[in-house]
Design a protein around this ligand. Structure first.
Ligand code: CA
Ligand code: CA
Length: 87
């Protein structure tokens, strides 16, 4: 009789749980800052080179920010990791 209601309730609870997990894993951000710090030097309109970044992480953040295309030509071998020389 109430089995249908129970199933609906379980499905709704599962969706809420999945939502919470998604928020925790992908958007957990108590300070409201971007988890990936985009360096000030990063501009998608200007051609940048690895020399313009202090660290590989900065270059990577900029690459991902401007992506998916490698607008700056930072990833010569196309493996998705830019400026291996900075690591
Ligand atoms: Ca370049
Ligand atoms: Ca690479």
């Amino acid at each position: 009789m109430n089995n249908k209601l129970l199933i609906v309730l379980i499905v709704v609870l599962c969706m809420i749980l999945i939502g919470i997990i998604a928020i925790v894993f992908f958007n957990w951000n108590p300070q409201g800052e971007s988890p990936l710090a985009i360096p000030d030097v990063c501009s998608c309109d200007v051609d940048l080179n690895c020399d313009d970044f202090d660290t590989q992480a900065e270059a990577q953040a900029c690459f991902e920010f401007c992506g998916p295309e490698d607008v700056h030509g930072l990833d010569n071998d196309g493996d998705g990791v830019v400026c291996e020389s900075l690591t």
